[in-house]
Design a protein around this ligand. Sequence first.
Ligand SMILES: Cc1ncc(COP(=O)(O)O)c(C=O)c1O
Length: 402
Amino acid sequence: MTVDSPRPETLPDALPSAPEPQRPAPFDWLDEAAARRRSAGLVRTLRPRAADEPLLDLASNDYLGLVRHPRVTRAAADAALRWGGGATGSRLVTGSTALHAELEAELAAFCGAEAALVFSSGYTANLAAVTALTDADTVIVSDALNHASLIDGCRLSRARVARAAHRSPDAVRAELAARAEPRALVVSDSVFSVDGDAAPLAGHAAACRDHGAALLVDDAHGLGVLGPGGAGALAAAGLAGAPDVVATVTLSKSLGSQGGAVLGPRRVIEHLVQSARTFIFDTGLAPAAVGAALGALRLLREQPERAERARAVGRELSDRLTAAGLDASVPDAAVVSVRVAAPEKALAWAAACREQGVLVGCFRPPSVPDRWSRLRLTARADLTREQIAHAVEVLVRAEPSR
Ligand SMILES: Cc1ncc(COP(=O)(O)O)c(C=O)c1O
């Protein structure tokens, strides 16, 4: 038996197809974007440095001068020799070594937290903390000048995000009071990376307590510099170990290594292990970085004066720059910035400093909170008075006339 299918005797004429519009090649728009950046003086340049570059470094985040300390580099090398060049897998599969567990325990004890969890960077630690601790029933109240990684965490979260005025517990309080969501997370840098100003953590914590909110503090620039012996901004504010406060840190600044961590109540850390995507779907931190961070942490415990020294260098640098007539910030930690009106001038100034042997950071829009560009100087604990004086001399001499 056959089944007849309806078959037209003749096929209809094909409809004439509309002419394809002339489209630019897929990446042509990048050239236009590059041209706009060039004309605004905002082109960024990668500059690989040599290992033996004879420059006085005021641009890195090596606040305690530990990145090349023999005990830190030895600890990194020993860890690599023992555990290998990489972690071999994500933390929940093969990427957790006994060394990771040691670092987590010692970091938590050092900062006065119940528990800690190590991530492959401070960036992924921030993404994890913000996204895992919020949901569609949460409002995130975020300081207007928070670091990009916190902002990206907010964007990835399903929460409503309210931007609060910079360093304002009153603004935080108002957002918390007006919210309809049952849950709230207040998010702030402890020390803001561009100008080095500190957040009013005690005020934020009080606002959180009054309104049933949790507080998340990114202590990237506070660990190793603020608090007793460098235990961080939460310790300095009397908030270490608080049941409703979480901190994130990076291992790449004061601890002279690489990687990040979240510190807080044990149930928060356990929740991150179960649910934080940048923990679960990311290869564990390389053993050498874990070893270096552990080496630096142990050194800092033995030499707690390094933290106070970094703060003192910051104050001296700022005082000398101001006395020389430059528009320098007053540091709350170990970052000093010098405001410059035009991005081109900031760039030329940093380049002139470099030619004269001093390396300074250069921040321009869009990495700055306002239209001011900045030269950014880090006050390393190991800078001598002569080096500080020399750096200021070079900055003054190298300033372009406009
Ligand atoms: C405030 C702040 N948070 C987070 C990070 C990210 O840390 P990491 O470089 O370890 O990814 C940085 C800097 O790099 C930072 O300045």
